[in-house]
Design a protein around this ligand. Structure first.
Ligand SMILES: Nc1ncnc2c1ncn2[C@@H]1O[C@H](COP(=O)(O)OP(=O)(O)OP(=O)(O)O)[C@@H](O)[C@H]1O
Ligand SMILES: [Mg+2]
Length: 343
């Protein structure tokens, strides 16, 4: 295994790097959480790499890719004749991991009955192959990852609380890229170097105009999405198409791109504002409006309120307001016109 490189200068990434080294050799289950593409698997590999298990196997199980009834045989293996089709013994992933690390990706997708079984294995450190009665010692370190909110799954009865507590003794939340935009530049440099090394792709310098869009964009697909854009850029060797795509997305979802730095309306301000707007919506109405209607109109009104707030805050300096709201200048002018806003 080559050393996994977790790139980033944000305090949250620095904290994650420190945490990984601190817990790499602690024999407790680690739960890595975060949106799709933030680098959960990378963190799992780093945990393995910096532990004394480095030269032992790192075995990944994608729990979401397996139909429920196959997870058990995948994890624990089976004996010859355990079921029709089992024409020879097959070791499972726990066995394959040996004294290494077993990475349970998308652990939230494990069906409830299997969750009970997994919990038992984590507690007793013993399992047996399906159809077998020999008990096998489990020595693998368990690392799990999820992009669903397991706590919410627990409260909905879809994830066992006891298993949740068991796997969550150490948790490593990886924040979305839009909350650590200072990592964008170092990531761009890293990927350019990596493409060159691994795929002989010539680096293509990211023009300032594109970098600005990168800094404003909300990155729903996080680092993986950035990686894909950069790869395209190196292949196309032209930023126009990508710029257009990002612009369109920013114009369509200006609020999603709303910034995390600069003047920030307090939470109370927003809550009060939303409450007032929704009340105004429902009060005069003959019939109680549909949830959808309330949502659409509330979003519209809140958007207006936020725009007014920020514009006032920056004395109607539109460039500054666009930067704070992380929307393009063009998109802001359009909104001002559309909403008929005036100083
Ligand atoms: N901080 C980082 N430094 C360098 N590369 C990173 C970083 N974060 C993510 N990557 C890279 O981005 C890609 C996506 O990361 P990874 O597969 O670990 O994400 P994930 O959270 O497991 O995503 P998913 O939920 O979709 O499975 C990988 O190629 C990974 O190496
Ligand atoms: Mg993953």
């Amino acid at each position: 295994m080559t050393e996994p490189q977790i790139i980033g200068i944000s305090p949250s990434i620095e904290k994650i790097r420190r945490l990984i080294r601190r817990v790499a050799d602690v024999n407790l289950t680690v739960l890595i959480t975060g949106e799709s593409g933030v680098g959960k698997e990378l963190v799992a590999r780093a945990l393995h790499y910096y532990s004394s298990r480095r030269d032992k196997p790192f075995v990944k199980v994608n729990c979401a890719a397996l139909p429920g009834e196959l997870i058990e045989s995948e994890l624990f293996g089976y004996e010859k004749g355990a079921f029709t089709g089992a024409d020879r013994r097959k070791p499972g992933k726990f066995e394959a991991a040996g004294e290494g690390t077993i990475f349970l990706d998308e652990i939230g997708e494990i069906p409830l009955p299997m969750q009970a079984k997994l919990l038992q294995v984590l507690q007793d450190l013993k399992f047996s192959r399906i159809g077998g009665n020999q008990e096998i010692q489990s020595q693998a370190r368990v690392v799990a990852a999820t992009n669903v909110n397991l706590e919410a799954e627990v409260s909905r009865g879809r994830f066992r609380e006891d298993l949740y507590f068991r796997i969550n003794t150490i948790s490593i939340p990886v924040p979305p890229l839009r909350e650590r935009r200072e990592d964008l530049e170092p990531l761009v440099h890293f990927f350019m170097k990596q493409f060159k090394k691994e795929q002989a792709l010539e680096p293509y310098p990211v023009p300032d105009s594109l970098m600005e869009l990168f800094l404003a964009y909300h990155w729903p697909g996080n680092v993986r999405e950035l990686e894909n854009y950069l790869k395209r850029l190196c292949v196309l060797r032209n930023a126009t198409e990508i710029r257009e795509e990002l612009r369109r997305s920013l114009d369509e979802h200006p609020l999603r791109a709303a910034g995390d730095n600069g003047p920030r309306p307090s939470e109370d301000f927003i809550v009060a504002r939303v409450t007032r707007e929704v009340r105004a919506l429902t009060e005069g109405a003959r019939e109680f409006p549909s949830l959808r209607e309330i949502r659409d109109r509330a979003v519209e009104r809140v958007e207006r309120a936020i725009l007014e707030y920020v514009l006032r805050e920056v004395n109607w300096n539109r460039r500054e307001a666009a930067r704070i709201l992380k929307i393009s200048y063009r998109a802001l002018l359009y909104k001002i016109k559309e909403m008929n806003l005036r100083p």
